[in-house]
Design a protein around this ligand. Structure first.
Ligand code: UGA
Length: 435
């Protein structure tokens, strides 16, 4: 099938590349000329495991192309995906400007029946808004607008796309349903379903899924804080409760708050939607408050131990990305922690396998950037583990103890065992487990 993807951000690029992988002809369109030129050479602007190999292969096979020209780019496309940014406005609402501008442009160039798909996470009612914009210049028989939210996790996005748990499609048009069904059949070989529903339910499903997961994390973060006070160990509590099949074991890991480009934005947008509809979605408001508080927990622990004036102390941070296997630092708890440490006068040296360049853009020479995880430790008074990259899980603890001024670790992701830390003589603090 001939497809066009407008927007080559994280979602658009993964979507376009994975559709090409199953034999479709895909044209990716973006206004950023630099990005398009790099992509044409098979270079991804983001770090996403497995993506570059697929990108190179599909470019070579002529199934995947890139352009800045929307007019020629959409020519012949049976389906056009909108994978455009929907940044949060000051009030938390999702800004639809990019989506609606592109819809307006499309309304003047589409000439044959086309399915227009909202792939970006957009508030309930957006499919109707896009439909209204397109209708200004286009006969409604020439298009359908479909909602098709993505459920891709950064770091495993390619796998999530190729083997999805489910595909959600919001449309009431039989014609559009048929096209979307044909397009997605290759991805449901393992029996996972395509759910067809109305566009509003489909749009809400995305917010419900992300907000529920964010709520689970906030619940566990509060449970961890309570465990610390009650002398319980959240690791055991997590295992004990997660073994109930109604609860499940995944996504119950406490830490220093959720981050990334999705959860914070989507939870806020859901709260805004509720407010617009005059509904007090109390849990959702609390999820946000709890997360803001949790992001400050590690900094507080450090200050409780070293004192509120940190000007004579140096700290080594391992991990900056909002989670492992990505270079994404959007809303990453590491940023709040660095700001907190700097405000208390501390010196900070950081190391992350992928996210250093992005952090440099924000902090410049206010902090130091180490060449390796061990180089970060030299003369530091404590190691602070912020992101649970695999390479931090089983480090050389003797080397850590020797490099640090005192053997002291603050672990924001509970990656080390309490027994081992005791045995090795580290002063060790983590989340929801006794010191
Ligand atoms: C999330 C969803 O998981 C995807 O399904 C969704 O498609 C995507 O948002 C999106 O809307 O585009 P992602 O933001 O890549 O994916 O990250 P997650 O792996 O879900 O993690 C989000 C945050 O929760 C991270 O900061 C992570 O450290 C934190 N987390 C996760 C915990 O603190 N504890 C856990 O047990 C799990």
């Amino acid at each position: 099938m001939q497809l066009a993807i407008i927007g080559t951000g994280y979602v658009g690029l993964v979507t376009g590349t994975c559709f090409a992988e199953t034999g479709n002809n895909v044209m990716c369109i973006d206004i950023d000329e630099n990005k398009v030129n790099k992509l044409k050479q098979g270079k991804t602007p983001i770090y996403e495991p497995g993506l570059e190999v697929l990108l190179e292969r599909n470019i070579k096979e002529n199934r995947l192309q890139f352009t800045t020209d929307i007019n020629t780019g959409i020519s012949g496309a049976k389906v056009i995906f909108l994978a455009l940014p929907t940044p949060p406005g000051k009030d938390g609402s999702a800004d639809l400007q990019y989506v609606l501008d592109v819809a307006a442009a499309l309304s003047k160039i589409i000439t044959t029946y086309t399915v227009i798909v909202n792939k970006s996470t957009v508030p309930v009612g957006t499919a109707e808004k896009v439909h209204a914009v397109l209708s200004q210049h286009l006969d409604p028989s020439l298009f359908d607008v479909v909602s098709n939210p993505e459920f891709l996790r950064e770091g495993v996005a390619v796998e999530d796309f190729l083997k999805p748990d489910r595909i959600v499609i919001g449309t009431e048009s039989e014609k559009a349903k048929k096209v979307m069904d044909e397009l997605y059949q290759p991805y449901i070989r393992q029996g996972n379903p395509i759910y067809f529903m109305d566009p509003r339910s489909s749009e809400m499903t995305k917010y419900a899924a992300n907000s529920y997961l964010a709520m689970r994390i906030s619940f566990m973060n509060e449970m961890a804080n309570l465990c610390e006070r009650a002398g319980a160990n959240v690791d055991w509590v997590r295992i004990g409760m997660g073994s109930d099949s109604r609860i499940g074991k995944r996504f119950l890991f406490p830490g220093i708050g959720y981050g990334g480009s999705c959860f914070p934005k989507d939870v806020k947008a859901l709260a805004f939607t509720a407010q617009e509809m005059d509904y007090d979605y109390a849990i959702i408001n609390t999820v946000m408050q709890v997360n803001d508080r949790q992001k400050l927990i590690l900094g507080q622990k450090v200050r409780n131990y070293f004192g509120s004036d940190l000007s004579t102390f140096k700290f080594a941070l391992w991990g900056l990305a909002f989670k492992p296997e990505t270079d994404d630092i959007r809303d990453a708890p590491a940023l709040d922690l660095i700001n907190e440490l700097l405000a208390a006068g501390a010196s900070v040296t950081v190391f992350d396998p992928e996210a250093m360049e992005n952090v440099k853009q924000i902090f410049g020479n206010k902090i130091q950037y180490a060449e390796s995880q061990y180089a970060a430790l030299t003369d530091a008074h404590a190691l602070i583990v912020v992101t649970e990259w695999s390479e931090f899980r089983n480090p050389d603890f003797d080397r850590i103890a020797t490099a640090l001024v005192h053997p002291c670790i603050f672990d924001g992701r509970n990656v080390y065992s309490l027994e081992k830390m005791n045995e090795l003589g580290f002063y060790y603090e983590s989340i929801g487990r006794k010191t």
